[in-house]
Design a protein around this ligand. Sequence first.
Ligand code: HEC
Length: 128
Amino acid sequence: MSSPPAPRVFVVLALVLAMTAWTAHAAGDAEAGRRGFAKCASCHQVGPSARAGFGPQLNGIIGRQAGTSADYKYSAAMKNSGIVWTEERLAAFLKSPDDVVPGNKMRFFGIRSEQQVADLLAYLRKYQ
Ligand code: HEC
């Protein structure tokens, strides 16, 4: 008597689900990022009505040249940094703003957790 195929199907399914969950996790979770953006929202806005507040609006920030949002007055350090905000640069900046743009005026202590940074990037990617 051959064993029924069902259990093996379940094992495969479980594996596929686990891998999907893992991939989503590694890539960052936009919903968690939305909640995490509360840390930024006192100074930054995103979305259709976003404008400069205490900090510049962050629409389209991935790939944007640093210090170029038209309605915001940047520090000279940010304006002259020559940086283009790739995801790698953003991640480094969010972990330690002063190491990436020394003398910038974003008063933010930085985020330690890789996952929180990935989640924030997933959220910001929605406003490209
Ligand atoms: C206390 C206010 C404050 C908080 C909180 C804050 N920022 Fe900022 N941020 C600023 C200011 C001010 C600048 C402009 C810096 C300059 O001109 O030197 C800035 C600049 C930036 C820039 C560069 C923008 C550009 O146009 O080049 C990015 C990206 C950024 N912030 C992301 C974030 C994210 C994401 C968070 C939340 C994790 C955050 N910031 C939290 C005030 C803040």
